[in-house]
Structure formats: structure tokens, C-alpha cells
Design a protein around this ligand. Sequence first.
Ligand SMILES: *Cc1c(COP(=O)(O)O)cnc(C)c1O
Length: 355
Amino acid sequence: MTSHQWRGVIEEYRDLLDIPAGTPSVTLGEGGTPLVRSEWLSGLTDGEVWLKVEGQNPTGSFKDRGMTAAISVAVHEGAKACVCASTGNTSASMAAYAAKAGLTPIVLVPDGKIAAGKLAQALVHGAQVIQVRGNFDDCLKLSRGLADHYPVSLVNSVNPVRLEGQKTAAFEIVDRLGDAPDYHLMPIGNAGNMSAYWLGYRQYADAGKATRKPVLRAFQAEGAAPLVLGRPVEFPETRATAIRIGNPASWELAEAAREQSGGRFAALPDEKILSAQADLARRDGVFVEPASAVGVAGLLAEVEAGESYAGKSVVITVTGHGLKDTITALEFFGDIPQVVVDADIDAAAAAAGLV
Ligand SMILES: *Cc1c(COP(=O)(O)O)cnc(C)c1O
């Protein structure tokens, strides 16, 4: 038996991706992320609840799936520089893949609103990071403008190649479970990911690799819930910075995915998002960033409201790693008591509550 080394999403799924023939694979080994059964949520719902743990990607979020595709195509087309607007994770991912490809990465982020871990990633990978006095939506407008007027390749998810890469997460789920789940829950911000999952599920169903398509349920933070309200939000606010977006670029695609799948959008207060993040870490051993806990918070809110998932298979995408934003996580715990003892077994045992 030869062991199979995962080759990254382009080589694993090349025939299923709509990218130009001969596109190279600029890869850091993204994709192939674990689908972890949640004992906690399966028990709570009487269903089969799985977590698609996207924080296990090379830069710690699902953005790497789309970025390998976007940067590879940019290289194929002769680009020398690339630009993106970002709430953090897109810039971290772009900077890493641009470094790998030898492109110059230019990042536009909202001034002071980026989690420290993500900013560090972009800077350490060598990105030119420009902080914009404005929000994500302003940054996206600027990125489009730069790409229109200067020789730089736009790699935001308005670039359809990003969705081609990101849809591979749906393929992996079906490959692993043997069919599509009944329900798929996820956070939604700029709406590229939900749109990409729907592309992937539809493509696998059309190819006969799945007998069904899941119902999609996507969740926003109450302070940044344009899809729930049905109108853009001018000043989006939430501690879940990765989904702090007031006017999603893939609005129509996500709306179509919601409608065609018989799904829905709903919004959650930040406290429920942060407590879902803490519970997921303590009960399932999975540490995610605040935005990544939104799908879990959504499931909990629905169960609380009397929704039944009994006997159903449910996948929740947890989108990014908890280490990206430790400040928000630690703040949620409030004052953490410092326990200091002498190097003494009895003292340590007493402090640990063992005696
Ligand atoms: C980008 C991102 C999201 C939102 O995904 P969209 O495609 O913008 O809807 C959610 N969580 C994390 C961690 C992200 O980085």
C-alpha cells in the first residue's frame, strides 16, 4: 500500500474546476481538512453533527482553498502583483500564496479592525499592508479600482476563480460521508463561501456523486446582518470581525443558494457567538475564531427555538482557527485568576483542586 500525500485542492480536483488548461498549482497543501464528529452537538440534537474544521488549512482559514486557485490563475496569466480587500483572513492567505508564487501582495484592510494574528500573518509574509479609514466595503471598492487602473490582479471572491477553489470543501464532505448531508450550516459575511459550497454540492449531484443536496442555513452577527435585513448595513459592527461586512459582494449568488436549497439566513447577538466559541473549545476540543463559531451558535439557537435535527446529518463549517484572535477569546473570560504556587507537589495538588 502506498500512502497518499494530499496534493492540495487543484491537483486533487483539477478535472472538476473551471480554471484555464495548463494552470500551474501554487499550493501550500490546502484542503483535505478533517470532518470531526461533534459528540456534544450530536447528543444535543439526536442527529449526526459534523464539524468541517477549516482552521486546519495552511494559513488557518478556508480562504486558502480559493487563494490557491486565484494565485495559480494569476500566475498563469502573467500577473506580477495582486491586491485584496480583507477583514483579515483573505490578506493572510493571499500574502502566503503570493510569497510562494513570487508575486507582490498588496492588502487593504479597515483601519484598526483586524485581529492581530491576521495582521501579523500578512506582514510576516511580506505584504504591503495599507490601512484604510473606512470599513471592508470601502476597501473592496478601492481594490477593484486599483485592479481596474493598475497592473495588479484582484483576488477577492468577486474573482470567480476563488469560488472554484472554495467549492472543493463540498466535494470533500461528500467524499467523506458518502453523500451530501441533510443540512449544512455556516457563517456568512461577504457570501463567497456559501455560494461556493452550493456550486460544489450542485456539481456533485449533477455528476451522480451525491443523491441529494443539503439545505443551507447561513448565519450573520446581529450588528452586521444585511442578508437577514434585506438591505445593506452602512456601519456593520460585531466582535466576529471576519464577518463584519455590510454589503456582501456575492449577495445574489448567496440569495439564489438559499432559495434553491430551501434554506434561510438568520442573525445572532455577539454574546451567543462568543459563548458558542467557548463551548466548542471546551466540549469538542476545537478552538475557532469568533466568526467561525457562528454556525454552531446558529444550531444552538434553532434547537432552543424548537427546531428538530433529530435523525438528520448536519455539517457545520467552522471557518478559521482560534489562534488568529486570542484577544477577543481571552476578553470573553473576563479576569482570569492567576494561580501561582511554589514548586511543590502538595501545593500544586491543592491549587488544582485534587485534595
Ligand atoms: C471570510 C470568512 C468568513 C465569511 O466567509 P464569506 O465567504 O465572506 O461569507 C467567515 N469566517 C471566517 C473565519 C472567514 O475568514
